[in-house]
Design a protein around this ligand. Sequence first.
Ligand code: GDP
Length: 417
Amino acid sequence: NGGLAHGLPNGATVRKKLMGYVGFANLPNQVHRKSVRKGFQFTAMVVGESGLGKSTLINTLFNTTLYPEKEPLPPQAERPSTVSIESISADIEENGVRLRLTVVDTPGFGDFVNNDNSWKPIVENIEARFDAYLEQENRVNRQKLVDNRVHACLYFIQPTGHALKQIDIEFMRRLHTKVNLIPVIAKADTLTDDEIVAFKERVLSDIAHHNIRIFQAPIYDNEDEETIAENEEIASKIPFAVVGSNREVRTSDGRSVRGRAYPWGVIEVDNEDHCDFVKLRQMLVRTYMEELREHTNDVLYENYRSEKLLGMGVTQDTSVFKEINPAAKSAEERALHEAKLAKMEAEMKMVFQQKVQEKEAKLKQSEEELYARHREMKDALEKQRLELEDKKRRLESGRPLTPEKSVSTKKKGFLRA
Ligand code: GDP
């Protein structure tokens, strides 16, 4: 009841329970409508030796033929000797929701005799995408940010059934702080169920042993039981043992399914008893796409950005102490934030100065023009004055006016001739 009028101290908030209808319960719908209108951008990267089924899986995941079927290279063909980075985008739509999907492929990874630096061009590409985003953020006009950062990286593990290889460990070690890693066991139909269970265990223990952080599907306990159970189920399947196929095959009971046909039967891609494909799709698309985007922005990109700012000379206390000292940490965050603000301010100043200079140049030009006109008029007047004076002198001395004035020039010329 008029808390403000009763002189509440500065900063105190009056909490009251509103009874009437205001309408903000519709806020989630507004957000929803807006994001639907804007559409979504998602970039996934696939990494793994060639032939592990990367293109097939992407086609299967998004139900498109993003990648045409590849012709196997003839044995004598010259193979490239470096990892290249290729990206393809497609706009896909489902129930009126638009998704601009970009898939970044890394052909050549792990395909050479010496694969020591296979991870390098990939890290560089991911960082270049961060840089491009950072550059947009630092612009004065930050209206439309295009987000080409990699939101998830599917890492294809060869289904050896043994352990991770050196190249797998090296890649994940180099990349886990830059991208959401989602390891998948490729071509899981080549392993038996027991082999898959044992291999998954081995892969997870290798990952833990090397302190590699893969993307953890978060589970929120404020959600309903069914959702929690579903999310736990997804988390329990990592690393996903997947099978890809874009072909429809016929099962023994006459159904037509996406799968791979073998003499002993059909492996169904979309059957959860046969492989983890459905769980991978749920994680990547249905449940955690926004989470992957958020984690990329809030954690991975943010770390990269702060390191970059540090590298650019924003001074900071780098003692171990600050890691465990929340006050120092927030001071550091504030310093980074201030550095960013300062940069923006400097840029705004620059633009302002430029505008002022332009204006000054314009003013100077019009001043010069005015001056020139003034001079012209002055000259004309002076000329007139001289002419009048001349006239006056002639009249006074009784001589006729200038010949030009009395006889036409033409005639005079003619007479002379
Ligand atoms: P990429 O080089 O990693 O992109 O591999 P591709 O998607 O081109 O697949 C290479 C070959 O493996 C093709 O002949 C595919 O039909 C086959 N393939 C793809 N996925 C699977 C799978 O899950 N299981 C099996 N057995 N073969 C697969």
